[in-house]
Design a binder for this molecule. Structure first.
Ligand code: CTP
Length: 398
């Protein structure tokens, strides 16, 4: 199962099995989850911050008193779609049951309203101690999930209950707790973004004004809805989106290769990129002097989306048309013709005359369907348009 884009806080308490949470972290990441590790001070005796930082690829907050301006316990509690405490020690369980908040992790737990999963691991005597059992009942009665520890050999050499549970059991509890109204779960979405650059020589190129914002908004929206997203990005200065596989390309030819490689596996292709229609016939390996730069001979680039649409086997394909006609009606006619000619299911037509739309966070235009419908989009955030397009694609996929 792939549950991309969700934020998880992985709290690590001070038990010897903390090292097993390294593997848990890796497995959670494989599901596409984005993990912030919050270890307790005591747990750092077992696994240090450096390990967590390297494995999670994120900062590892430990103290309440660092970066105080960000109010870390509140911001982390708000951001988390779920909190997993692994291992959960008897001490931590007791503190949470009593509502004690004396470090960053316990403060996050007190401030949080998302699902919490406790993964207890401790010696049998501690687990079976009536104090612990009462605390666990308290936690469960408050809606927390407390996984039963495993039975077997313990660190002390004794046999009994208290082992760190099987990772599969934990993963199931985590995915089961997430609010997966995510309708794109298990779907693969391929998106192109930005504008291609066709090299004339090492310092010059033919390019366009596309910022990549619409393609990135699509990638973000699709990932948040649970899709497995591959973004082919041409020359955008936007930061990579966590959880989205991003392939950076420069030219139309490179973009075409990257898309071809990923198309057959995809359910949805969205071509938001502005692809240069031509490239220089030759690319000089040395800078051309201005005296020699009299004429640039051009060669047409292949129409990427048209080529892919010919090989389609169930994919929904969405194109973009940036038009500058004198009337919207004329722009829509041209866009409808592009949709038909390229074999698309939908096309979004926007008016980019006067530089409007490029680099902006909002967009205006209309979505056309290949069944003749028209959906007007007026001064809408690019991420909202992204969700509208994804709704249509999902409807079509059935
Ligand atoms: N497109 C493509 N490959 C190209 C050119 C365009 O895949 N070589 C895609 C774009 O990503 C977009 C759609 O086709 O989704 C329409 O792009 P646009 O540039 O508006 O269409 P063109 O066919 O290039 O028409 P023109 O430039 O003549 O307006």
């Amino acid at each position: 199962m792939y549950v991309g884009g969700r934020e998880i806080v992985l709290g690590v308490a001070g038990g010897i099995s903390a090292y097993k949470s390294c593997e848990l972290l890796r497995r959670l990441q494989e599901l596409g989850l984005l993990i912030t590790v919050v270890p307790t001070r005591a747990s750092l005796n077992f696994v240090g911050s450096a390990t967590w930082e390297a494995l999670s690829g994120r900062e590892v907050p430990v103290d309440l008193w660092n970066q105080i301006h960000q109010v870390p316990h509140i911001s982390l509690a708000k951001r988390a779609d779920a909190i997993v405490i692994a291992p959960a020690t008897a001490d931590l369980i007791a503190k949470v049951a009593a509502g004690i908040a004396d470090d960053l992790l316990t403060n996050i737990l007190l401030a949080n309203s998302s699902p919490v999963i406790f993964v207890p691991a401790m010696h049998s005597e501690m687990w079976l101690n009536p104090a612990t059992q009462v605390n666990i009942e308290t936690l469960r009665s408050r809606g927390y999930v407390v996984i039963e520890p495993g039975v077997g050999k313990l660190t002390s050499g004794d046999l009994g209950i208290g082992r760190y549970p099987e990772i599969e059991v934990i993963l199931k509890a985590v995915t089961g707790s997430l609010d997966l109204t995510s309708d794109l779960l298990g779907r693969k979405v391929l998106i192109s973004a930005g504008g291609t650059r066709e090299a004339i020589d090492p310092v010059r190129y033919i390019g366009n004004y596309s910022s990549g914002k619409q393609g990135y908004a699509l990638a973000y929206a699709a990932a948040m809805r649970g899709a497995q997203v591959t973004l082919v990005a041409a020359n955008s200065s936007l930061p990579d989106i966590e959880g989205v596989k991003t392939i950076h390309v420069r030219s139309a030819t490179e973009m075409s290769w990257a898309l071809e490689e990923n198309f057959i596996d995809s359910d949805i292709l969205i071509m938001a990129a502005a692809v240069a229609d031509f490239r220089p016939l030759t690319t000089s390996s040395r800078k051309i002097s201005k005296e020699d730069m009299t004429v640039i001979e051009l060669l047409p680039n292949t129409d990427i989306v048209k080529n892919l649409a010919r090989r389609k086997n169930g994919q929904v394909i969405i194109g973009f048309a940036a038009q500058t006609e004198s009337s919207m009606e004329r722009s829509l006619q041209i866009a409808a013709e592009k949709m038909r000619e390229k074999g698309l299911d939908f096309i979004y037509c926007n008016d980019v005359s006067g530089g409007a739309i490029f680099g902006s966070d909002s967009t205006s235009g209309a979505i056309l369907t290949n069944t003749g419908e028209r959906i007007a989009i007026s001064s809408t955030q690019k991420v909202t348009l992204a969700n509208n397009l994804l709704d249509l694609a999902l409807d079509k996929l059935g």
